[in-house]
Write a protein that binds this ligand. Structure first.
Ligand SMILES: NC(=O)c1ccc[n+]([C@@H]2O[C@H](COP(=O)([O-])OP(=O)(O)OC[C@H]3O[C@@H](n4cnc5c(N)ncnc54)[C@H](OP(=O)(O)O)[C@@H]3O)[C@@H](O)[C@H]2O)c1
Length: 362
């Protein structure tokens, strides 16, 4: 059987190749072979590649040097199985390679979930090894499934950030400033702050000039500013910066302007991956990296994994029902077109209204 895989050069994520491969249909006992049906692509996948060595994302799906395989979130179907509990035809949702097929070794199998117990994944954050079992029927509502692929990993981060900052009373901040305000992770967080609003807090979205109108129209931010309008922020109000952009120039400008009024600075993402670098010493609070899987581990201990997933899922579905009129899901099919979408997102040619969902099989 023929398959394909998208390889990125680990040292230069502008270089890529699509490799056609023979898919081995013989498996060891207890394994499943999956055909990857669909996955979402957002700036988060570019970040996986840009931080592949630092955070370890290349380790999930090893490839021969100099190549790496970028992880994606999507849906796959079991096409062969030597595992008694998981049959051919079953569909699942979770962390997958940018490829047409993958072999897994299911462990901790439950009616609704299992983990990939492959040895090389055992030391990686458990949140990435969990798979949701979707049964064998086609999805009742394909849009809901697309929303899950697009938003679940990002909104889980929005939820965990909100949970973390509410637990800390936002470190006393009144102004909550979100960098890369048009990213799905930031929009989800703004939604939660707006939903559980405190009248003393103002949620401010910082974004590119071209995305200002979109961000302002969402209704979840109290105020929207362009990256070139940082000097309009008040310097006498305790402020918290939650940064999805990683843009060092913006970070330096914001810290420099707010100084001691910046009570906490949280580094979450690098959607502006080319403008990311160590910002050096800056006035105000020293930036602290927030890694969602670490906070998820804490909450899994407190509540259990299932309760955590339910809480995230309920909030996400509320948002999908009430607050995503702006979302345009853009379907793409085939590996070559998928590679083009990846390049467009990497190069910043993304309209924040668009949710890219790639289908590899019909
Ligand atoms: N730490 C964690 O655990 C964690 C978890 C989840 C996500 N994240 C990170 O959060 C960030 C946002 O991810 P997402 O998937 O939510 O993003 P997304 O929805 O795809 O974000 C799109 C927005 O990001 C900015 N952007 C995207 N690509 C760009 C480029 N090449 N150049 C300049 N700006 C660009 C633009 O926003 P603006 O114009 O508003 O800047 C754009 O509207 C990523 O870096 C992701 O890895 C981190």
């Amino acid at each position: 059987m023929q398959g394909s895989v998208y390889h990125l050069n680990k040292a230069d994520i502008r270089k890529a190749e699509i490799i056609n491969t023979d898919i081995a249909e013989t498996m060891a006992a207890g394994e499943i072979l999956l055909s990857i049906d669909k996955f979402a692509l957002t700036a988060n996948n570019i970040t996986y590649a840009a931080t592949g060595d630092i955070i370890g994302y290349w380790q999930f799906y090893p490839a021969p040097s100099p190549w790496g395989i970028v992880p994606v979130w999507g849906v796959a179907t079991v096409i062969a199985s030597t595992c008694d509990e998981i049959k051919e035809g079953e569909r699942l949702y979770g962390f997958l390679p940018f490829a047409s097929h993958i072999t897994m070794r299911p462990g901790k199998i439950k009616p609704g979930s299992f983990i990939d117990a492959a040895e090389h994944r055992s030391k990686l954050p458990p949140i990435y090894n969990d798979y949701l079992r979707l049964g064998s029927d086609a999805p009742a509502d394909p849009r809901t499934e697309d929303i899950q692929m697009l938003f679940q990993p990002l909104f889980a981060t929005s939820f965990l950030l909100h949970d973390f900052f509410m637990g800390k009373n936002c470190f006393g901040a009144q102004n909550i400033i979100l960098g890369s305000a048009s990213s799905k992770t930031a929009m989800g967080l703004a939604r939660l702050f707006a939903r559980y609003a405190s009248p003393d807090r103002t949620i401010i979205g910082l974004t590119s000039t071209s995305n200002k109108a979109f961000v302002a129209g969402l209704g979840d931010y109290n105020r929207t500013l362009g990256y070139d309008e940082i000097s309009a922020l008040p310097t006498d109000t305790p402020s918290l910066y939650i940064d999805m952009s990683g843009n060092a120039q913006v970070k330096r400008a914001l810290h420099g302007h707010l100084g001691d009024a910046l009570v906490y600075s949280c580094a979450v993402g690098i959607s502006h991956w080319e403008q990311f670098e160590e910002p050096g010493d800056m006035p105000g609070a020293k930036p602290v990296f927030f890694f969602a899987p670490d906070h998820a581990l804490r909450r899994r201990k407190d509540w259990g994994g299932q309760v955590l997933q339910q809480k995230i899922g309920t909030e996400l579905m509320d948002w999908a029902k009430e607050g995503m009129d702006w979302l345009q899901i853009e379907p793409t099919s085939g590996m070559e077109n998928a590679a083009q979408v990846f390049s467009d997102i990497r190069d910043g040619k993304v309209n924040p209204k668009i949710g890219h969902v790639v289908a590899l099989t019909e």
